[in-house]
Ligand binder design. Structure first.
Ligand code: BV8
Ligand code: ZN
Length: 230
C-alpha cells in the first residue's frame, strides 16, 4: 500500500516517542508526582496552580532535551525526503520529529518549545534547558505558559483545517502510536476512511479506531515502521 500510494500521510501520537523514553499520556509511565495529565493539561489547572503546571512542563521539556529521536522518527524523516507529498500530522508536542529531520510537520497541539505570555500575548521559541522555573515574560514581566493546546482549548484553526484538507486528499494514512481518543485529532481517522484512503495503524495495542482501519500492525512503531520502508 505504501509503495503504490501517491499521497501518503501520517498521524502520530505519544506512542511515536515512547521508544525515546518519553512517557505516554495513558501508559504506565505517564504519571508525574501522581497527577494525571488530563488534570494538569487544562487552563483551569494553570489558573489554580500555575507554578505546578509549569514545573510539569519543565520536567517534560528537560526529559525531551535528554532524549533522542528513535528509528520511527528517522523513518518518517526519510519518508518525507522520498515522497514529496508526504506530511506528518502529530499530536505530540516534543519536537522529536523535527530533531530527526522532519520539516513538513503539523503540530496539532502546539509545542513544549514555544511559550506565550498570558498578559501581553508575546510568543517566543524557548529552547532553554534546564527549563527555568521563573516564568517572567521577557517583554512585560507577566507570566508565560507553554505554547501547547490544553483540554478545552481550541486548536489553531489554520492547522486543523490544513490537517483535514491533507487527510481528505491522501490515499494512505499511517496511524502511529495513538489511542485515538482525543478530538478533533482522532476524527482525522474516520475522515480518511470516508474519503476512500487506506488506513494502516501501528500500535502494540488496538485503539478505539482499529475496527475501521485496513490493517493493524501490532508492535512497537520504532521496530515496525522502518521495516515498511524499502
Ligand atoms: C477541543 C497538549 C473545543 C498538551 C493535548 C467528550 C467527547 C469528545 C470530545 C471531548 C469530550 N470532552 C471533552 C472533549 C474534547 C477534548 C477531548 O477530546 N477529550 C478526550 C479526553 C475525550 N478535546 C479537547 O479539549 C481539544 N479541544 O475540543 O476544543 C473547543 C473548540 C473551539 C474553541 C474552544 C474549545 C484539545 C485537545 C488537545 C489536548 N492537548 N496535548 C500536552 O501535551 O501537555 S492532548 C494529549 O493527549 C496529547 O497531545 C495527545 O494528543 C493526547 C494523548 O493521546 P495519544 O497521543 O494517543 O497518547 P496516549 O497515551 O493516549 O496513547 C498512546 C498510544 O501509544 C497507545 O495507544 C499505546 O498503545 C501506544 N504505544 C505505546 N508504546 C508504543 C505505542 N505505539 C507504537 N509504538 C510504541 N512503542
Ligand atoms: Zn508579557
Amino acid at each position: 500500500m505504501l509503495r503504490t500510494s501517491r499521497r501518503p500521510l501520517a498521524l502520530a501520537g505519544a506512542g511515536l516517542s515512547a521508544e525515546s523514553g518519553i512517557p505516554t499520556f495513558r501508559g504506565a509511565g505517564g504519571l508525574w508526582r501522581n497527577y494525571r495529565p488530563e488534570a494538569l493539561a487544562t487552563p483551569e489547572a494553570f489558573a489554580r496552580d500555575p507554578q505546578t503546571v509549569w514545573e510539569w512542563y519543565a520536567w517534560r521539556r528537560d526529559l525531551v532535551a535528554e532524549a533522542q529521536p528513535n528509528p520511527a522518527h528517522h523513518a518518517l524523516a526519510r519518508l518525507e525526503h522520498e515522497r514529496e507529498a508526504f506530511w506528518l500530522i502529530t499530536q505530540n508536542v516534543d519536537g522529536l520529529s523535527q530533531r530527526a529531520g522532519s520539516q513538513r510537520v503539523l503540530e496539532l497541539h502546539g509545542s513544549l518549545w514555544r511559550t506565550r505570555c498570558i498578559v501581553c500575548g508575546h510568543e517566543a521559541e524557548d529552547l532553554r534547558t534546564p527549563t527555568p522555573l521563573d516564568t517572567a515574560c521577557e517583554t512585560c514581566g507577566g507570566r508565560i505558559r507553554p505554547g501547547v493546546v490544553w483540554f478545552g482549548e481550541g486548536l489553531d484553526s489554520q492547522v486543523i483545517a490544513k490537517a483535514q484538507r491533507l487527510v481528505e486528499e491522501c490515499d494512505l494514512l499511517l496511524v502511529l502510536g495513538t489511542s485515538a481518543r482525543v478530538y478533533p485529532a482522532a476524527g482525522l481517522i474516520p475522515l480518511a476512511v470516508q474519503n476512500g484512503a487506506r488506513v494502516i495503524e501501528i500500535n502494540p495495542d488496538p485503539s478505539g479506531m482499529s475496527s475501521m482501519v485496513n490493517g493493524l500492525l501490532q508492535g512497537p512503531v520504532g521496530e515496525l515502521l522502518p521495516r515498511l520502508l524499502p
